[in-house]
Design a protein around this ligand. Sequence first.
Ligand SMILES: [Fe+2]
Length: 254
Amino acid sequence: MKKIKKNISKISDDNTAIVIDDQLPVSNNHPAPDPNQLQKFGYFITPIYHITKPEFLDSIRKVSKRLLAENEKEVPKLHPIYPVRQTGSLLAEEELKEFFDFVGQASWGALNSEGYAMENFSLHFQEAWVQEHHKHSGHDEHVHAFGSQLIGFYFFDTPEDSGRLVFHDPRPAKRQINLPEANMNLATDASTAINFEPKAGDLFFAPSWVPHSISRHAGSKPLRMIHMTMAVSFVPPEQINNNLNLNTQNTIII
Ligand SMILES: [Fe+2]
């Protein structure tokens, strides 16, 4: 648990914040150092969350089938270079309310567990849509701007040789200076990207500042997933009791 004392800094002549030594954030969850043991801390990490939720598969497949069929009517032929179908927004789909409630609560809980003062913030979805990737389709590395805090992915059809969900190191300076990895098959501090082989029912979410991509899909049947972005809004304390949005009573365990 980190504890940050108040009044921790002053401003220098060039407007740079100077943190005074005895007012640095302190950590009290590690043992006293052994003089022969090099201690390693892991601050400023990149959190990536995962849970398997197969109970949403049926409703999502049903809604997706309808929306993808509508898309196919409008655009019968797949693009030869980008063979992907993308539906419109899922956010008004009544059958998916339980799904979005769950993802929203889990996301709010994740931000709360990271140490943000979430008691005055409610979470809402900005976008959610289906991507259907056909053979050779993928989604190049990108981030989501426009105020989103979190990104989410729910995989519901994952045939053999599906494209993978890839998270890329969000630190450009580190990527620029990275040394060759001893073993690129291992996820280590030297890695510049981490990939996950998706299975039906997998839900992932991460901060929106994490670059991500879907690697090329090699399966003969399509890979189908929902992609989502989430944002938060400040709720004045006097409105919290009347706010029907997410709060700490929800029971997602982080
Ligand atoms: Fe994205």
